[in-house]
Design a protein around this ligand. Sequence first.
Ligand code: GAR
Length: 200
Amino acid sequence: MRNIVILISGSGSNMAAIVRAAEQGRWSERLSVRVAAVLSNRADAQGLDFAKAHGISTAVLDHKAFASREEFDAALMAEIDRYEADLLVLAGFMRILTPGFVAHYAGRLLNIHPSLLPAFPGLNTHQRALDAGCRFAGATVHQVTAELDHGEILTQAVVPVLVHDTADTLAARVLTQEHLIYPQAVAQFLAQSPTRVKRG
Ligand code: GAR
């Protein structure tokens, strides 16, 4: 059994897509996977309700309660490691991670970013794509490195930019594609990575 831990900060729709894919056994029969926990840095993240309704352990660690980024990340690592995560999935987790955190999960840490990386790392990706006159936009699933929104690209989805698009309409079009590519990329990544040796 492979354990996935998912980190969210908001609506958690990508997390929900991954949970549904795991539940529906849409992944290969040989790939026995469960979402062991959904963790958030915000108590008001709507995705927590979905996770609870699906019987998944949840926890909130409010980053504002910690004196430094390092202390927050250390507490987050301790919580994640309770679940012996084979894979840590960032799904709209809006925190910059410390190099120590990234190193701890090296090779088992994925993120989805709402742009066609390496274009538009960082925030406000859809408005920036519109302002730049892009004809296409999209999303990228990538491995996480210490550099923000870098790391090996696993897959991308491309959508057209339409004449009357706003940042919101473009974001919604991209998000529907995120829900398709993220579960697929997670399954493919797990299928290709060796099983972790469990401690204890
Ligand atoms: C998604 O569009 C995701 O790509 C983006 O936040 C949204 C979260 O939606 N992530 C980032 O911007 C990370 N830099 P969700 O909470 O409904 O999955």
